[in-house]
Ligand binder design. Sequence first.
Ligand code: 4AD
Ligand code: MG
Length: 466
Amino acid sequence: MGELKRTRIVNALSSEGIGSEITVMGWVRTKRESKGGFSFIEVNDGSCLTNLQVIAGDQLPNYATEVLKIQTGCSVKVTGSLLASPGKGQNVELKAEKIEVLGWADQEAYPLQKKRHSFEFLRTVAHLRPRTNTFGAVARVRNALSMAVHRFFQDRGFLYVHTPIITGSDCEGAGAMFKVTTLDLAKVPLIDGRPDLRSDFFEGPANLTVSGQLEAEVYALALGDVYTFGPTFRAENSNTPRHLAEFWMVEPEMAFCDLDGNVEIAVAFLKSLFSYVLERCQEDMNFFNRFIDPEIIATLEKLRSQEFRRLTYTEAIEILSKATVSFEFPVTWGSDIQAEHERYLCEKVFAGPAVLTDYPRQIKPFYMKVNPDGKTVRAMDVLLPKIGEIIGGSQREDDYDTLLERMKETGIDPAAYWWYLELRKFGTAPHSGFGLGFERLVQFVTGMANIRDVIPFPRTPGNVTF
Ligand code: 4AD
Ligand code: MG
């Protein structure tokens, strides 16, 4: 298709090209006929939210045979001259000199009608939903946020490292892993009643990674500041608007950095991401503000300068135990802070973001550094209104003996993590890092209620279509 030279609509709309002849290609959103032998065709090519209005007159040779039959969903190639538009709602319009229909769309069968569809319905047509305003806008904001992630770290000299997707380790120790095997499930060889993985592809247990952190630590303890940004997988049966079985995570890891430094970078990181979309995605953000969450722009603007309240887990439990609302999950020292608690703190107590630190050791993974009190670890969770936890991180245990003790305590087999332990044997150093759930970020920034609508093809329990 090299010869199909085209102007993207986002550029055509800038009104700089008025008077020039251009060719655009895209998909028809709507079409209406006017009395004087004209058709108005709204074309969108995904480069921006706004459609380009095409004026097609009956002097076109295929007006009666084709143009009149164009309907929602058709793909078209339009050549014409770009004119200042006399009509309301657009600066420019394209007066067609030639219209070619590249692909027809049978209206009886085409699932995307002019009316608004529910997000639930659109999930069933994930192959077509990016052609809607909302999903186009989500895709563009998601793209901008990915760039903003790289820019933030690259500007600070962090190296991007690619950590493996298939791994033998379970970073979070939660056991919520997808197994990877090439064995024929109908005839798995057994040894003592359990699968004999010696004949499997990797000759031992393998799974999809739940986090790139452990491998990122290896690189941080050689190169200083690194980050990974890739897909992660969790086989938890959580059917909630904030959980996916496959999601993307941004995980920076910093050598010679303690928990305070970690909090500082996490807060600066979030603020820079919010600024980036506010500056670069104005049209799409205005759309979200108008149709999805009327406070989203104001919220993001406020967060750019707002203080992130910092408090310990123990302080949070004290506040929560005095709350007058009743929670579904109990508030006791030692039990995990649930989404309802996180939201209560951010929305009702602080009216803003918060960073909780120093959680009880029994509810956090083995790799977090144990505090001198012996009861808590140097963990941090960054909480935002509405969404709750968006970042989880910690200072890492850098003492060999304590790490070994924590592995045993949490049921992790030290033999399988010999390499991770060796980092504490040879030139150990204080280091810290965190993980940002990328879809939670996109969700927060766009105001979208369900995480399934901010990733192109969501994977959730019972759903792997597309
Ligand atoms: O708190 P988590 O489990 O932390 C880690 O995985 C650490 N290894 C990160 C690190 O220190 N390098 O996950 C980090 C973030 C959460 O705060 C949340 O935003 C997101 O990942 N997350 C999910 N997002 C969507 N669906 C899920 N099932 C998620 N589980 C976690
Ligand atoms: Mg967490």
